[in-house]
Design a protein. Structure first.
Length: 365
């Protein structure tokens, strides 16, 4: 810990929790108490703050409040809690007397005090957390011992799932999806194992996806995910193509059309949606309806599948953006909202083995 008020010479370099009085005492180098923090909650100092990891997130949804306090599960393990900082400054929620929450509230308070950044604050004998932290922020507290129980646990593998639940590392969270309210716990799902080495996906959801962008810019950001996935589809298809040639060297002439199809973006988009991912039928229908409306409004032909219609929208925006009127821009906003819901499902369920299984099922009586 280190912070210094702008109008005082004293420097706060450490703190100590007095559990008898429920007070945090901030001290200088001589161990003299400079100021104090009085928690509103009756904290429980059962846990060691060093046994946890802490992350500040954002969730500015209208349905998110100081009572949005949840246990966090992954792979059936309870790995921590997530709650708004505001819950530490209020008694008006359902967890005021929950001993497990109060233990997490204690370690969270320790971390927040330890990491205070003092910019223009003037000296006060009483420290108020909202003077140093945005009270609309959310804190995720992870139990290191429990996350170790999950093989190769990396929080960045859960960035997409956190966004699907409403949380982001930047901006204001996911304000665009319809999210079912959690009941006491949220279950996080990791991104597809085959995509975890593509760090740019995490970067997109950490910095770009949460941005409040104009509709075309947002579509462009989202479509980068499609481009990432169809590149993986190409690698998978080409690998299987080479394997088939190796086992049947006389089949090259017969398979020349297959090789040609692999380089066609539209075909890879169709393969992606039909063979590599699982998406809610309702989400597919909503996105397809948005695509068709936008295409029809601009005199473009619609197709029989959502994948083809989405690709047609991509072509419309890339090649004919100038013809879009205000109504088209409004439709594009709705399309973007439907698009991100579909993309999150795709990133969580992508599986190259599914494509092979469906081909096998197709030839099996």
């Amino acid at each position: 810990m280190y912070f210094k008020f702008v109008d005082a010479e004293v420097e706060c370099v450490s703190f100590q929790y007095n559990d008898t009085e429920n007070i945090f005492e901030m001290k200088d180098k001589e161990n003299k108490v400079i100021c104090e923090y009085y928690p509103l909650l009756n904290l429980d100092a059962e846990y060691n703050p060093r046994d946890f990891e802490y992350y500040l997130l954002r969730n500015d949804r209208e349905d998110y409040s100081e009572n949005s306090i949840y246990q966090v599960y992954a792979s059936k393990e309870r790995i921590g809690w997530i709650f708004p900082i505001q819950a530490l400054m209020s008694r008006q929620h359902d967890y005021v007397k929950n001993k497990f929450f109060l233990r997490y509230a204690y370690v969270a308070s320790c971390w927040l005090l330890e990491n205070i950044n003092c910019y223009n604050q003037k000296f006060s004998e009483i420290v108020v957390l909202s003077d140093f932290y945005d009270d609309t922020s959310t804190i995720l507290v992870l139990d290191k011992e429990n996350t170790k129980k999950i093989n190769n646990f990396q929080l960045e593998d859960y960035t997409v799932s956190l966004y699907q639940k409403g949380y982001s590392y930047s901006e204001k969270g996911n304000l665009y999806s319809t999210i079912e309210k959690a009941n006491k716990r949220i279950n996080l799902q990791p991104i597809s194992r085959e995509l975890r080495n593509i760090k740019y996906i995490h970067t997109l959801f950490e910095k770009e996806v949460p941005k409040n962008q104009e509709a075309f810019a947002k579509f462009h950001t989202y479509y980068q995910i499609i481009e990432i996935l169809i590149s993986v589809v190409f690698e998978d298809k080409f690998k299987k193509f080479v394997a088939q040639l190796t086992s049947n060297k006389g089949s090259l002439f017969d398979k020349r059309d297959d090789l040609g199809n692999m380089v066609l973006e539209k075909q890879r988009v169709k393969w992606l949606f039909s063979n590599y991912v699982e998406i809610s039928g309702e989400d597919v229908a909503i996105l397809n309806d948005c695509c068709k409306k936008l295409l029809q409004l601009n005199g473009k032909k619609t197709c029989s599948t959502m994948a083809e219609n989405l690709y047609s929208v991509r072509c419309l925006l890339v090649h004919n953006m100038y013809i879009l009127n205000n109504e088209s821009h409004e439709l594009l906003k709705d399309l973007d909202n439907a698009f991100i819901d579909v993309l999150m499902d795709m990133l969580l369920t992508f599986n190259t083995k599914r494509e092979g299984m469906e081909e096998w099922c197709a030839i099996t009586p």
